[in-house]
Design a protein around this ligand. Structure first.
Ligand SMILES: Nc1nc2c(c(=O)[nH]1)N[C@H]1C(S)=C(S)[C@@H](COP(=O)(O)OP(=O)(O)OC[C@H]3O[C@@H](n4cnc5c(=O)[nH]c(N)nc54)[C@H](O)[C@@H]3O)O[C@H]1N2
Ligand SMILES: Nc1nc2c(c(=O)[nH]1)N[C@H]1C(S)=C(S)[C@@H](COP(=O)(O)OP(=O)(O)OC[C@H]3O[C@@H](n4cnc5c(=O)[nH]c(N)nc54)[C@H](O)[C@@H]3O)O[C@H]1N2
Ligand SMILES: [Mo]
Length: 757
């Protein structure tokens, strides 16, 4: 086997541990930032330092130790990299030539250093001055017949201050077209939970993990995507709390984990068994599992056992009788078939849940990215409500958000369906009349590009074309636009799949110092548990030509809205003025923002269910019914497999750090298909075979990905997995949750096909 041939071997070591320590050192070396990177890591997630640019998991409130993980170190090393993309780089490579390079190669070229404009005559990006770049944006936005013909994307790394100003700029311009990464991620939480518990956010704080008597982890891969979460999980396990993991893939870190920050465990090569119960669910089988658990509860209640928190149910909820009727309508054979589990295991899960007086349920993309992801989230809330698991220590619902500030961006106005009360506040505080109609979410924005109504796309961070469904159609959509703008730290595919005019606007990153005429500035971030903290970069920006994201937003506004009522220039220098406006628009949660943010650990935004207060129309928490057991439309094809597109251990969304996925034992390859041995045998295939995958859908579009290598992997039957974004061409644009707009990226109906000759 040659050195770079793909290799698969089962990873038998515990996750974390020395493997993680070695990976941290390696990535700092690869990016040539051992000294600089190590120094920056000491300031990461510490008071006075900056927030990790990777995931949204909160930091421990005691600051006795380092608060970073292997994957946070990768994010930092790639941001602090010594490599640079310069004007000479763009002079050397045409856009067509760059299109032929991999996402990994593009990422490895390093940080962008100056603004660039696409030159169609030469097919190269050429330097442009900042003034000319903003003037171009202003001209294009002015030229549109309607402000609704522009799409304003946000990715969740953007800080509160920038996101807030951006939302005001776009609304003053006249549209609510705010496609954002949350639309592809935890939108089922943001839309599903408000009718249920009155707020579209999680209700637990980190301390609750110390008091939980049971923890359920549904459809989330913590060891890779929120590694700092392993600390509270390992601690809960050590004190004997049962942990139930529900996943079609037996993720390594859910099985055994060595805490890299536990000196004794590291020195003794010890590890902790993380889950006490691994539930090998079928893709999309979670609804049946949850209903099965509720069925056990109703059965035991009927037999006279006190399984429900009756006091809580009668005082705080509505809809109990309807839920009981729905659960009674599900029978065991159907529950077993839909979940792929045996009844005994569902009964064990129910028993763990019933015995626990305080339960936390955490969940991720394995729950949200289904056609009825929002309703599935509501069923999780139902299960918690039955035992009064809100508003008491150690209990609650805990969506594990993705991007470090994706929750914050939504809180401060990145919302395509804003409430009328919020819009009234904007009018009162800023003195203009904001648009009242709903705008586009991500899928709708692509539909608008495809039907020709959208003309301009501005991307505040992120890598839109690579993250969205239906890659080929989405590329076509972007290429029809008059202008595409990528506000970014790194070169990515989104800059190469561009409109007739195109700009790349490079920015100062999270870990870097922001110096303005008013002195050093900091930004703020809201984590997955609603803690708002300050983030102050410590490194020097990689080039003197970069601007802050905030300045870019203000100067877009100045170029676009000459008659604006807002003093945009003032916000470029003094971020406390922005925070004052946030406080004015959101007094109930952000009152006194500028003062409260001075606390070293920041402050917590009010989450009413923690007080057993319910901001729903009826003032109660509501049991909501989703009939049946399926969260995805049935597909009548016996060859069908459900495909989940997942992240490897060495990527951050569309950013590929390497071709390895250590915990799953995959090396030098991302074009793989994880498949159960019996599903492989049934098709007369064998591990190592190269195949194509085809989407099963009858909309007349052929969606195929060639050249996937089959890996015999302990997947649940009928469930296969492969990597995002490589498999996004298989995800149809219309295959999404209609309540939230979230693409069903974990439930693509596919069949295996022979490779094209
Ligand atoms: N290092 C790193 N950290 C990250 C990211 C990253 O790419 N890299 N991305 C960030 C972002 S934006 C997000 S949203 C989060 C994502 O974090 P996760 O939610 O962990 O994301 P995924 O890897 O997409 O998938 C999660 C898990 O869902 C399981 N799954 C698939 N289908 C089903 C199902 O039907 N039921 C159940 N129960 N499970 C299922 C998969 O096997 C996988 O283990 O992580 C954030 N943090
Ligand atoms: N099939 C499938 N598709 C998915 C998913 C899936 O599980 N399966 N997951 C979905 C999810 S959960 C999400 S959140 C989306 C992610 O979608 P996005 O958020 O759009 O994608 P990222 O890959 O996180 O964006 C990476 C780019 O952000 C830029 N960037 C990095 N840091 C900064 C910064 O500080 N400022 C600015 N301005 N730019 C910066 C860099 O240029 C980098 O190339 O993808 C979604 N798509
Ligand atoms: Mo995400």
């Amino acid at each position: 086997m040659s050195a770079d041939a793909p290799r698969y071997r089962i990873y038998t070591s515990p996750a974390g541990g020395w493997g993680a320590a070695a990976a941290t050192a390696k990535v700092l070396m690869e990016q040539s930032v051992v000294t600089k990177g190590s120094r920056a890591l000491l300031a990461m997630n510490q008071p006075g330092g900056f927030k990790c640019p990777s995931c949204a998991f909160p930091d421990a409130t005691c600051t006795k130790k380092l608060e970073f993980c292997e994957n946070g170190a990768k994010a930092l090393a790639h941001e602090a990299t010594k490599f640079r993309v310069t004007r000479e780089f763009f002079a050397e490579h045409s856009v067509s030539e760059l299109m032929g390079q991999s996402d990994y190669w593009l990422e490895m070229q390093g940080r962008l250093t100056e603004p660039m404009r696409y030159d169609p005559a030469s097919d190269h990006y050429v330097p442009v001055s900042w003034d000319d770049a903003f003037a171009l944006i202003g001209r294009h936005l002015h030229a549109l017949d309607s402000p609704h013909h522009a799409e304003f994307y946000t990715s969740g790394r953007t800080a509160n201050e920038t996101a807030f100003l951006y939302s005001i700029f776009v609304r003053e311009y006249g549209t609510n077209n705010f496609p954002d990464c949350s639309n592809m991620c935890h939108e089922p939480t943001s839309r599903g939970l408000p009718p249920s518990i009155g707020i579209g956010k999680g209700t637990v704080v980190l301390d609750d993990f110390e008091h939980a008597e049971a923890i359920f982890l549904i459809g989330h891969n913590a060891g890779t995507n929120a590694p700092r979460m392993m600390t509270p999980l390992v601690e809960a396990r050590k004190r004997g709390a049962p942990i139930v993991a529900v996943n079609p893939m037996p993720e390594r870190a859910l099985v055994r984990f060595t805490e890299p920050q536990d000196i004794v465990q590291m020195a003794t090569f010890g590890s902790t068994e993380v889950t006490s119960e691994f539930v090998h669910i079928k893709i999309g089988g979670d609804l049946a599992l949850i209903k099965g658990m509720m069925k056990v509860m109703f059965e035991r209640d009927a037999a006279g056992e006190a399984v429900f928190d009756q006091g809580f149910i009668s005082e705080h909820t509505e809809g109990f009788a309807a839920l009981r009727a729905d659960i009674a309508a599900q029978d065991w054979p159907a529950i077993v078939a839909a979940s792929g589990l045996d009844e005994a295991q569902i009964r064990r899960c129910a028993d763990i849940y019933i015995r626990s007086n305080a339960t936390i349920i955490c969940y991720g993309m394995g729950v949200t990215q289904h056609q009825q992801g929002s309703q599935l989230v509501q069923q999780i809330a139902n299960l918690l409500l039955l035992k009064g698991n809100f508003g008491k220590p150690g209990a609650g619902i805990s969506p594990i958000r993705g991007h470090s500030n994706v929750q914050g961006d939504r809180t401060v106005g990145i919302d395509e369906r804003p409430s009328q009360a919020y819009l009234d506040k904007v009018r009162e505080v800023f003195g203009f009349e904001p648009p009242r109609d709903h705008g586009h979410h991500t899928v709708e924005s692509i539909e608008a590009m495809l039907n020709g109504s959208a003309k301009v796309f501005i991307g505040l961070g992120g890598n839109f074309v690579r993250a969205v469904p239906d890659t080929d159609r989405s590329y076509d959509a972007m290429r029809q636009l008059d202008l595409t703008v990528g506000i970014a730290t790194k070169l990515n595919r989104g800059h190469l799949v561009h409109g007739k005019d195109a700009l790349i606007l490079p920015v100062i990153a999270r870990s870097e110092r922001i110096e303005t005429a008013a002195g050093e500035q900091f930004v703020t971030i809201e984590d997955s548990m609603s803690n708002v903290t300050a983030s102050r970069g410590v490194l020097d920006p990689p080039s003197e030509h970069l601007l802050t994201e905030t300045e870019i937003v203000c100067r877009m506004a100045l170029a676009t809205l000459p008659n604006s009522k807002i003093d945009w220039a003032s916000y470029i220098d003094d971020y406390s003025l922005i925070r004052d406006k946030i406080a004015a628009v959101y007094p109930s949660i952000y009152e006194g923002f500028s003062e409260r943010i001075k606390a070293p650990l920041g402050f917590h935004l009010d989450i009413p269910p923690r007080r057993r207060a319910w901001a729903t129309p009826n003032g109660k928490a509501n049991f909501l019914v989703l009939p049946g057991l399926a969260v995805n439309a049935p597909v009548d094809d016996p060859s069908m497999l459900r495909l989940a597109t997942v992240r490897s251990h060495d990527q951050f969304n569309t950013t590929i750090y390497s071709y390895n996925d250590r915990y799953r034992g995959v090396y030098n390859d991302r074009m793989v298909l994880f498949m159960n041995a019996d599903d492989i045998a049934d098709r007369g295939l064998e591990t190592g075979a190269k195949v194509a995958l085809e989407t099963i859908i009858d909309d007349g579009v052929v969606r195929r990905v060639e050249g996937l290598t089959i890996i015999d992997y302990p997947m649940s039957r009928g469930s296969v997995a492969g990597y995002y974004p490589e498999l996004n061409p298989l995800l149809p644009l219309g295959h999404y949750d209609k309540t939230s707009g979230c693409p069903a990226a974990k439930a693509i109906p596919v069949r295996v096909a022979p490779m094209a000759a």
